[in-house]
Ligand binder design. Structure first.
Ligand code: GTP
Length: 596
């Protein structure tokens, strides 16, 4: 393909502003999806995406487009909007020269509109501003065009107006992309260099690696080299997605496509690595990506511990398609063998556990999520704690917690409630700017731990759903934190240890001990359940002793009933964990962890 006729662009927007719907209309107009195969949000290919109505993965697709008698090749990438999937967006941006910035004409600019725009500008992409949903009666295109024009410094006429629902304005939008997005500028004669921006494990074909060709050409049956890994492969297929995998003989500079090597070893394909040819390798790899920093950690344990090796295999494969996921093995007294996993947020964590269950058949339990702490002890030793149960013993000099800078956009009548909410979450207010006479952007510094859990839901409810939130890591601060342990008959249950603010320690202790008292069955002896900070007990509940033997119920009854009861007990025992002398059904741990 002639590079001057290629246009690579992505669609970026705040969540729900209509990226996938606009992508549908573009796909349809290009004619590559037959009418009977078209369905809503065509590029949201996963079941979870369809069910939840959100995009989780960036999806690249190639389309033909004819303008003034010339046929162009478009590389379009639909991206996710939720803050937890920013890493997906940032990698997609790297594969493009332009970005369509979509804004819902009934809502205007929201927090992820800004963060996505700033990322695109940092990558020097050409921005095409577009108002979507102009078919809705509540759309206020003039007002929001003004907002956008102010933001990116263009005139209001340059802001296109479209409807992903009716298709109005979509043809003009694509023509604008062809006119304004620059063609790729790689050197077609240079040694091949392609950036790996994504990959996926396919159980039939092995690893599928998605690449953006920068320089040179890759050809069928030509050995390739992964520059970072240093491995050499024979590709068995090269191709483009249009709209499904379509083999091609070669991929040239500027093209977006895929490679299949038939290799099943998942470590061979690393997002951010550069692909070159073995015969004529490039000297320098492409810059690649910065590894994302996990925001929250949680332990994932198979409910059936025999599934541990399968869980490792599933994580390795899922990681191919989710480069933001990190994990390392962990053991827990209460839950057995599992993995401590790092996520970009709670939605990311939820999606990972759900994909592990759906795509890999894993039945999992997740421990309560926490952020990372830097702990300095009185003896000067330093510890990075991603797991509360690994919190060092002894006298603590200082604990640093991660801080974020948060940007909240809200109609001005909610400024008061938002300030109150942020204060309750230990936020420090920075500046505040008016985006328009009615809407403001407020800046806060806040502990990450205060924002990742319930903050967003509360923000939505206090602003009738009108406020939006975005945040980025912004260093650390020292904080008054303590570790609370939960003990059953004097034994610490690691899965329930938590690092909490001093003011919230008591509440956590009372909540956990009460919960466990209800969940653990009575036994032959009394069982104390305690919450402690170091050796100081802050809460206690007691499970009183069982007076009667289980068989007493069957006194005088027939023997088969008795045997049945004993067998039932035995089956139940398999799922019991021994903590000292106390038998705890695994269900009790699961129930205690899952209800928050
Ligand atoms: P994420 O990928 O999850 O960030 O969402 P998205 O930006 O891809 O939004 P999506 O295309 O899923 O659209 C969100 C909702 O808006 C859906 O219910 C769409 O049907 C609706 N929608 C999208 N575009 C239009 C439009 O032009 N007009 C109207 N009336 N509704 C639209």
């Amino acid at each position: 393909t002639d590079q001057s006729l290629i246009r690579n662009f992505c669609i970026i927007a705040h969540i729900d502003h209509g990226k996938s719907t606009v992508a549908d209309r573009i796909l349809q107009l290009s004619g590559i999806v037959p009418k009977r195969e078209m369905h809503d949000r065509f590029l949201d290919r996963m079941d979870i995406e369809q069910e939840r109505g959100i995009t989780i993965k960036s999806q690249a697709v190639r389309l033909p487009w004819v303008k003034d008698g010339v046929e162009y090749t478009l590389g379009m990438i639909d991206t996710p909007g939720h803050v937890d999937f920013t890493y997906e967006v940032s990698r997609a941006l790297e594969a493009c020269e332009g970005a369509v910035l979509l804004v819902d004409a009934t809502q205007g600019i929201e927090a992820q509109t800004l963060s996505n725009l700033y990322m695109a500008l940092e990558d020097d992409l050409t921005i095409i501003p577009v108002l979507n949903k102009i078919d809705l009666p509540s759309a206020e295109p003039d007002k929001h065009a003004e907002e956008i024009a102010n933001l990116i410094g263009c005139s209001t006429d340059e802001v296109l107006r479209v409807s992903g629902k009716t298709g109005e304005g979509i043809r003009e939008l694509v023509d604008r992309i062809v006119d304004q997005v620059p063609a790729p500028k790689g050197d077609p004669k240079a040694p091949a260099r392609a950036l790996i921006f994504d990959s996926v494990y396919d159980s039939y074909r092995g690893i599928v690696t998605y690449i953006r060709m920068v320089d040179g050409e890759l050809k069928e049956r030509q050995k390739i080299r992964m520059m970072g890994r240093g491995t050499v492969h024979d590709p068995i297929e090269l191709g483009v997605i249009s709209p499904d995998m379509t083999p091609t003989k070669a991929l040239g500079a500027g093209e977006v496509g895929y490679i299949i090597t038939g290799v099943k070893d998942v470590s061979q394909s690393k997002v951010g690595d550069t692909v070159t040819t073995e015969a004529n390798p490039a000297n320098e790899p492409l810059p690649g990506y910065q590894d994302p920093q996990p925001m929250v950690y949680s332990g994932l344990f198979p409910i059936d511990n025999a599934q541990f090796p399968e869980l490792r295999d599933a994580l390795d494969k899922l990681k191919l398609n989710d480069a933001a996921l990190v994990y390392e093995p962990e053991t827990s007294v209460a839950l057995g063998f599992g993995f401590r996993c790092g996520f970009l947020g709670l939605l990311h964590m939820e999606i990972v556990t759900e994909r592990l269950s759906r795509e890999f058949g894993m039945d999992l339990i997740a421990t309560a999520p926490n952020v990372t702490y830097q702990v300095t002890m009185e003896d000067g030793s330093e510890h990075t704690v991603t797991n509360p149960s690994e919190f060092p013993d002894g006298k603590v000099r200082r604990i640093l917690e991660p801080v974020v800078s948060a940007d909240i956009i809200t109609p001005k009548e909610f400024i008061g409630p938002v300030m109150e909410l942020c204060q309750d979450h230990r936020g420090r207010m920075g500046t505040m700017e008016y985006l328009s006479p009615e809407r403001v952007e407020m800046h806060y510094k806040m502990p990450l731990a205060e924002i990742v859990f319930d903050f967003f839901d509360q923000l939505k409810s206090r602003t009738k759903g009108y406020a939006s939130l975005d945040y980025q890591s912004d260093g650390t601060q020292s904080a008054d934190l303590v570790k609370v342990d939960i003990l059953i008959q004097g034994e610490k249950i690691d899965a329930f240890s938590a690092i909490v603010h001093k003011d919230k320690a008591y509440a956590y202790g009372v909540m956990m001990t009460k919960k466990l008292r209800k969940l653990i069955p009575r036994q032959q002896f009394e069982i104390p359940i305690q919450a402690a900070i170091g050796s100081r007990i802050i809460a206690r509940e007691t499970i009183s002793a069982l007076r009667k033997d289980v068989l007493a119920k069957c006194y005088g009854g027939d023997i088969t009933r008795k045997r049945k009861l004993l067998e039932k007990q035995k089956a139940g025992k398999k799922r019991m964990k021994m903590l000292g002398h106390v038998e705890v059904p695994q269900e009790a741990f699961i129930a205690a962890l899952s209800t928050g």
